[in-house]
Write a protein of this length. Structure first.
Length: 145
């Protein structure tokens, strides 16, 4: 089973926005085909973001409670200890935890954050594949999907 680290924006795409571009990732998670690694801090960040006014509006429009989103996260993500700092530093400190965890586990990192995507070649040297949206080739290639 392939390890994957999913940033908060992609998590929102999965469970709040139901972005069609993320459907293959959602299907893989539902089939338990991926080992989604997350930390307690990542879960806490999701809780914070779910209270942002623009996210609350989207949740309400989709008839989703915060509890339903967190239950979906808890159903699919495996909480692991925070990882040590990776050799490369992201310009956005909020994204560093995702990079660190992916580097520690040689996982695919799913993010559409420009600060993460621009690091793809460097992270590749650490065994981290970076992609905007998970596809079958995301686990076998190291280019941006």
């Amino acid at each position: 089973m392939s390890a994957v680290v999913i940033d908060t924006n992609i998590t929102l795409d999965l469970f709040v926005f139901q972005d069609p571009a993320i459907a293959p990732l959602h299907e893989a998670l539902k089939r338990d085909a991926l080992d989604w690694l997350a930390t307690a801090d990542m879960r806490e960040e999701l809780i914070r973001v779910l209270d942002y006014p623009q996210i609350v509006r989207r949740r309400v429009a989709a008839a989703l409670s915060e509890r339903e989103v967190l239950d979906a996260f808890d159903r699919h993500a495996r909480i692991v200890p925070a990882a040590a700092k990776a050799p490369f530093t992201c310009k956005d400190p909020d994204d560093q935890v995702f990079i660190d965890l992916a580097a520690a586990h040689g996982a695919t990192l799913v993010s559409k954050d420009a600060e993460v995507l621009c690091m793809a070649r460097r992270l590749e040297r650490l065994g981290v594949r970076v992609c905007r949206a998970w596809t079958v080739t995301s686990i076998t290639t190291s280019h941006l999907a």
